[in-house]
Design a protein around this ligand. Structure first.
Ligand SMILES: *Cc1c(COP(=O)(O)O)cnc(C)c1O
Length: 364
């Protein structure tokens, strides 16, 4: 159809200068295409069988991959393939609320916008904690705020890679603060949407279950890459069992947030994990880090004050002109913008971007 043809051309063209949002573009899921002819639905709990038109056996393998990667307790983990990081965050907060109905959620001002929405949806109470200039939590502000509310259970929404600057809240430091004030009831959810997979592969795993996380959410369509948005949420099974009981219904146990879930998404993640393996995924991450270094250096060379947090694929710099932001589809805050050097974004593309900035600078 002619409408689709012209729309495809437009998308193709716009994808050439898409460097502001965190999605990998180096994937090829052609082997999955034949499954698009079928309605595969993973409705309900991935560990409870339904009819045959699902991919739950693949989904369970995906969950086990992440359980291993994030050091989840061997016999006490559970998870499912979500529609994205936001749903994983919603699930983590939902569990926390079921465990601690009077809990107070603490999250920094650099937190992804979906968290505030989730807190509202769940009718929870939250307090915004200050961030440091690099986007990481201001731990002193957390201490001061906690002290005033120490009679209530504490629910921490830790950012493992903030949206704008890819800053990481330090879970061990947060744990120490909870200890210092003898907080008896606490829950830590890690929003590791973009960075969870590669940080763990790089050995920077101090946000995982072994270091105090009670649940972790990641996005699949970001670092792995996917034509359909997806993600994974991983939690402690003993926590999940408490909510499963209260909403079981005839036939299967619906322990997830949505009803129907795409079976194709589990296949996509399974395929990506199998195809690249841990080594291949680590290599992709290292290539991206090298590209981020390359971009940072080249921007610095032309006088742009670009910087990154440690082990970040995100390069932050002062907001450029409206034209450049539009052309390169940059995500911007009031004063800053960023480029995220995702898998498949080539040095050539990054160089073309720097060239555009340089041209504008010399015309000033
Ligand atoms: C992208 C992102 C989200 C939301 O994930 P979706 O997959 O878009 O739903 C949440 N938190 C952080 C830090 C993110 O980078």
């Amino acid at each position: 159809m002619v409408e689709l043809q012209s729309f495809l051309e437009k998308i193709k063209q716009r994808s050439e200068t898409y460097i502001g949002y965190p999605v990998a573009i180096d994937y090829n899921y052609q082997e999955i295409y034949p499954f698009l002819d079928y309605s595969l639905n993973n409705v309900g709990d991935p560990y409870v069988e339904s009819n045959d038109m699902h991919t739950k056996e693949f989904e369970r393998e995906v969950i086990e991959f992440f359980a291993d990667l994030f050091n989840a307790p061997a016999n006490d983990h559970w998870g499912y393939v979500t529609n994205g990081g936001s749903e994983g965050n919603l699930y983590g907060l939902y569990l926390a609320r079921e465990l601690f109905p009077h809990g107070m959620v603490y999250y920094t001002e650099a937190t992804h916008y979906s968290v505030q929405k989730n807190i509202h949806l769940l009718n929870m109470e939250g307090i915004v904690i200050r961030s440091q200039p690099n986007g990481e939590m201001d731990y002193q502000d957390l201490e001061d705020t906690l002290q005033m509310n120490r009679h209530r259970p504490v629910i921490i929404l830790a950012n493992i890679g903030t949206t704008m600057t890819e800053a990481k809240d330090h879970v061990p430091t947060i744990k120490n603060i909870l200890k210092k004030y003898a907080i008896k009831s606490s829950y830590i959810h890690c929003d590791a949407a973009l960075v969870g997979t590669y940080l763990a592969l790089l050995g920077q795993n101090d946000f995982d279950f072994a270091h105090g996380a009670d649940s972790i959410a990641i996005s699949g369509h970001k670092f792995f890459g996917s034509p359909i948005t997806n993600g994974v949420v991983l939690v402690k099974k003993s926590y999940k069992n408490r909510i499963g009981k209260s909403i079981s219904y005839i036939g299967t146990l619906d322990t997830t947030i949505t009803g129907s879930r795409s079976g194709v998404n589990a296949l996509i993640l399974w395929y990506a994990i199998k195809k690249w393996g841990k080594e291949g995924l680590l290599k992709r991450a290292e290539d991206c880090l090298e590209n981020a270094r390359h971009l940072r250096n080249n921007l610095n060379l032309i006088g742009v004050e670009a910087w990154s947090n440690k082990n970040a694929l995100t390069v932050v710099f002062p907001k450029p002109s409206e034209n450049i932001c539009k052309k390169w589809q940059l995500a911007t805050d009031t004063e800053i913008a960023h480029v995220i050097c995702m898998p498949g974004i080539t040095k050539e593309r990054l160089d073309a971007f720097v060239e555009d900035i340089n041209k504008e600078k010399s015309e000033e």
